[in-house]
Write a protein that binds this ligand. Structure first.
Ligand SMILES: [Zn+2]
Length: 420
């Protein structure tokens, strides 16, 4: 399979993407440039002397040939995921509900029989697989972090390893072929994507079904989720670009649907050609994308991103001119992009609050000296405003924080800044 020859992994630096990461075309069009961003997990401890910090250009490109959206620079994973990078179990309610819904959908569309095997790539603590562990179905997880140990404790057999085609051969030799292979939130992160798909084919039985879930590029465009652009996310998929990738490996997309995780994702079912009927959902979504994912839509997106930044700054200026306090709520990776792109500093945002036990507490937000503090400060200090940095789950957060006693107002920064 054709792959990008030079990998960033092992370079200790970064490589420029001058050909499409999937189809190798040199025709890459710039959609948006967010400036130079620091790695989202580089967070100095509060009070340590400030030293130099790397920053990497964050430019979103779109391949004119296969429509894959991708970052213009790939950073060595050793920089993005340093050994200190901790595993956080953070399985949110929306994620747990999504995995339960996935298992119900599989039960109705492509039910597993006793003794058949389902393998989850990037299986984390086994939450997805636990839904399938019934009726004699065999489950197996492959996961690079120590979360795999939690899964094993829960009775879900798991291998601690990064996934690649060699690991797939080893797993297939030990476990046999899988009827279903799942990979949620994996396709955006791993550099050598063709090797991943090769590995999936190695694991997959002849009539087997591969199910992927990826953050959906159309949702990114629709709700201005530019803050999901950071260097851990190398690629941003539409069904069209995923279909192109899978077809390069002889896989056919047989069903697809939009799901709510991560602010909007797409679940895609694929199988070897002519093994399963192709459902109407596939053509429907592909047609929607032809209409909506266009150069005109990219230009509109760019204007809207700039306008949302200026709108947020105007709103914050108004609040600061009244000498009122603004605390950020939550320091997810996406907060780092928003804070750095909009240019927030500790004169604007007094602090950012994280839940109890977060490894980010006691550190600075990357690229700034905005301190990350314990969330109980929200209730003891009662700042006038709380800026929701996990704004995509604002509907879940606001009632919770109000119930716990926060009396101030909320700022939802995106898609358009609003106070409520
Ligand atoms: Zn391409």
């Amino acid at each position: 399979m054709k792959t990008q020859k030079k990998l960033a992994a092992g370079t200790g630096g970064s490589i420029v993407v001058d050909r499409c990461q999937v189809c190798d075309s040199p025709e890459l069009e710039s959609i948006l440039f967010l400036g130079y961003l620091p790695p989202v997990n580089t967070m100095p401890v509060i009070g340590t002397p400030l030293t130099e910090q790397p920053a990497y250009p964050a430019e979103l490109l779109c391949c004119k040939n296969c429509t894959l959206a991708q970052l213009g620079l790939i950073v060595d994973p050793a920089i993005l995921f340093p050994p200190s990078y901790p595993y956080t179990s953070g399985t949110t309610r929306i994620l747990r509900e999504n995995f339960a819904e996935l298992s119900r959908e599989v039960d109705s569309l492509y039910p597993l029989k006793p003794k058949q095997l389902i393998v989850d790539i990037g299986s984390n603590d086994g939450t997805l697989l636990s839904n399938f562990q019934k009726d004699g179905v065999r489950v197996f997880g492959i996961e690079p972090t120590n979360a795999a140990k939690l899964a094993v404790e829960r009775g879900i057999p798991s291998m601690i390893s990064f996934f690649n085609s060699q690991v797939a051969e080893k797993a297939a030799a030990e476990q046999g072929k899988a009827q279903i292979v799942t990979a949620t939130n994996v396709f955006a992160h791993i550099e050598d994507i063709h090797d991943i798909v090769d590995g999936i084919l190695t694991l997959l039985g002849d009539d087997g079904i591969f199910i992927s879930e990826s953050h959906y590029f159309r949702s990114l465009l629709e709700t201005l989720q530019y803050d999901t652009i950071y260097h851990e996310h190398l690629r941003y998929y539409t069904l069209t670009s995923l279909k192109n990738l899978l077809e390069m490996h002889g896989l056919e997309v047989i069903h697809a649907k939009r799901i709510p995780t991560h602010g909007g994702s797409i679940r895609v079912y694929a199988a070897r050609k002519n093994r399963h009927p192709v459902q109407a959902s596939v053509t429907r979504i592909l047609n929607d994308e032809k209409r909506e994912v266009t150069p005109a839509a990219f230009a509109k997106f760019k204007r809207a991103v700039v306008s949302s930044k200026l709108g947020l700054l105007a709103l914050l200026k108004d609040i600061k001119s009244r000498d009122q306090r603004i605390y950020g709520i939550g320091a997810p990776s996406r907060a780092s992009t928003l804070i750095n792109y909009v240019g927030l500093d500790n004169g604007i945002l007094d602090c950012v609050l994280e839940i109890k036990g977060s490894y980010k507490t006691g550190k600075y937000v990357p690229g700034t000296i905005i301190p990350v503090l314990d969330e109980t400060r929200l209730f003891s200090d009662q700042p006038e405003y709380a800026l929701l940095l996990s704004w995509h789950i604002a509907d879940e957060l606001i009632p919770k924080l109000t119930e716990r006693g926060f009396k101030g107002r909320y700022i939802v920064p995106l898609p358009g800044p609003r106070v409520q």
